[in-house]
Design a protein around this ligand. Structure first.
Ligand code: ADP
Ligand code: MG
Length: 574
């Protein structure tokens, strides 16, 4: 096997992938190390945990190893063997690419790496101690492959150690990561041990992938789920979907993978959920293990520090493909008059990528999408049980207007205005508590502006920071924004920055205690194009009760109005 060589990323390329912090708990270490083992082409990977990861995390593989001359480079930030050029960044096929996981892990733990390539006579070890800053490289012994050990995580960083939860909790998170990663690669065997005792042992699947599904989600899911295998315009969706009977009260069994990468993507969650229309009651979550394989050049995974979010060039068609495919899968099971609960092993694809591909033309179903937002009578009653003071969601008329049932009346709610209100309320509260959480931008956004604005930004840097905005002056007339409030992560960064600078200019810097800035920052952030789902409506109605608004009022200008059935009748008669 050819050993890929590690090199430091050119500065320009490195700046484009400048990520935020990736190590927030032991499970994050496990995820990064598992990804490295997979990228190294390992067939067998063992994760060994001591004391829930508090004491030690070790991941060992039989992959291609690291070239002896590159051992030290592996630990350097922005050093990677997986990316060389801009065009590689546009078409990433490996799980890693930023070259910073090992550096980040070494920064928060006592770090040991032992690696050997097939060609090399001996292994080399590298140890690094974040307290003394000492790096030691010396010969070692092991079979070809790599072991990385991170001990005493966060010991040297007391601020972070505070966030470590109990051993049991951290181990649960590790198990969760382990299962997700195991669901991504059926051809690799994975072992998890805790305090030297084997906890999970997943064999590589030879010909029946269902074994791994049973490992990860249990035998019941393996028996009762609906196998899925669709292809459309270069996209492929395969895996297993739980019918209504396998739904859960938590969203913990929604595993999705894009090109083998573990992702948690809202658009995909929504597409799957919407395939169930209202056959799943509110508060129930579907279960699935689904892989979407798609041309990597039409995706962008360089959007989130932990690489768990993904952007598609054509989100709409990905959404529709998933929605229509899964609808079809669910309907197929029903129309076959199969008991969804029954065992249907002969329908189950044995191996992927495989045969029995349904070729299939998803169609955008505008009308369907509308009715999908209509909540059935039974479900309304159910929703009324958990109702917010403004009632239970009934229907989204469009992206802006929502109708809720507030017995015996109905409420018309401006969904966007209410969303904006909630965001503003929360941002203000956090601002006043000096606890605005920031979302670092992977790629800082620049804004060209005049020298007087630059001066204003410099003068108010501290206030802006409290508001969650990390701004730097990078040239006489250029401002760069490195982080925005996490609450506003959906906002368009340039527009946000523009609004803030304009407001500073308008007020000549007399912003008072930042209230004006808060107002302009949250202006328009509730705007959306798609109609909200039932759970989104429900959620908003609920959180409105937790704000300063008096939701018992019948009318709030610009936000909602209660109408009785009589008033509706009058509207018709008048
Ligand atoms: P990235 O995965 O983004 O490249 P990392 O910091 O995770 O960055 O790893 C740095 C480099 O170290 C990798 O590019 C790879 O060459 C090497 N490396 C890390 N882990 C392993 C492993 N288990 N086997 C072989 N090489 C590894
Ligand atoms: Mg990596």
């Amino acid at each position: 096997m050819k050993i890929p060589r590690i090199a430091e990323l050119p500065a320009t390329l490195a700046s484009q992938i400048a990520a935020g912090e990736v190590i927030e708990r032991p499970a994050a270490v496990v995820k990064e190390l598992l990804e490295n083992s997979i990228d190294a082409g390992a067939d067998n990977v063992t994760v060994s945990i001591t004391d829930g990861g508090h004491k030690q995390i070790s991941v060992s593989d039989d992959g291609h190893g690291i070239h002896p001359s590159d051992i030290e480079l592996a630990l350097r930030r922005h050093s990677t063997s997986k990316l060389n050029t801009q065009s590689d960044l546009d078409c990433i096929t490996s799980l890693g690419f930023r070259g910073e996981a090992l550096a980040s892990i070494a920064a928060v733990s006592r770090f040991l790496l032992v690696s050997r390539t097939e060609q090399s006579d001996s292994a080399w070890s590298l140890s690094f101690d974040p307290v003394s800053g000492n790096t030691i490289v010396k010969p070692a012994a092991r079979s070809p492959g790599t072991t990385v050990e991170a001990s005493d995580i966060f010991q040297a960083t007391p601020a972070r150690r505070k966030f470590l939860r109990s051993r049991t909790t951290e181990f649960l998170h590790i198990t969760e990561v382990f299962k997700r990663v195991a669901g991504s690669r059926f051809d690799i065997s994975f072992t998890l041990t805790h305090n030297n005792k084997p906890v999970l042992r997943y064999r590589a699947c030879q010909d029946d992938m269902i074994e791994r599904v049973a490992d990860v989600f249990g035998q019941k899911f393996a028996n009762q789920s609906i196998p899925v295998n669709y292809e459309f315009r270069g996209m492929r969706l395969w895996g297993w979907l739980g019918g209504g009977n396998l739904s859960r009260s938590q969203s913990d069994r929604q595993f999705c993978f894009v090109n083998g990468r573990v992702v948690r993507d809202k658009k995909i969650f929504h597409a799957v959920r919407s395939a169930f229309a209202d056959s799943l009651p509110t508060g129930r979550y579907p279960t699935y293990l689904l892989h979407l394989d798609i041309d990597p050049s039409v995706t962008d995974i360089n959007v989130h520090p932990t690489k768990s979010e993904i952007r598609f060039r054509d989100t709409r068609s990905v959404h529709d493909f998933i929605h229509v495919s899964l609808r079809d899968a669910l309907e197929a099971v029903q129309s076959l008059d199969l008991n969804v609960i029954g065992d249907v092993p002969e329908n189950r694809p044995k191996a992927f990528p495989g045969h029995h591909v349904h070729s299939h033309q998803p169609q955008v179903q505008e009308a369907g999408a509308f009715y999908q937002n209509l909540v059935s009578r039974e479900r309304q009653d159910e929703l009324l049980d958990q109702r917010a003071r403004l009632g239970a969601p009934l229907l989204a008329l469009n992206a802006r207007i929502v109708l809720a049932r507030r017995d015996p009346d109905y409420v018309l709610l401006n969904y966007q205005a209410a969303t904006e209100y909630v965001l503003r309320y929360r941002l203000r509260r956090d601002y006043l508590n000096k606890s605005v959480r920031q979302r670092p931008l992977l790629v800082p956004v620049h804004l060209e502006t005049g020298p007087s604005e630059v001066e204003l930004v410099e003068r108010h840097a501290e206030l802006l920071e409290t508001l969650g905005l990390s701004l730097r002056v990078v040239a006489a007339d250029v401002i760069s924004i490195k982080a925005i409030p996490a609450l506003l992560e959906e906002a368009d960064v340039k527009t946000l920055l523009r609004a803030v600078v304009d407001e500073l200019r308008r007020s000549g810097g007399n912003t008072g205690p930042g209230e004006r800035l808060l107002a302009v920052m949250t202006q328009g952030v509730g705007t959306r194009k798609d109609t909200p789902s039932v759970s989104e409506m429900q959620n908003l109605l609920n959180v409105l009760d937790d704000t300063a608004l008096d939701t018992t009022q019948r009318h709030h200008k610009g936000m909602w109005r209660t109408l009785s059935v009589d008033e509706f009748s009058k509207l018709i008669d008048d």
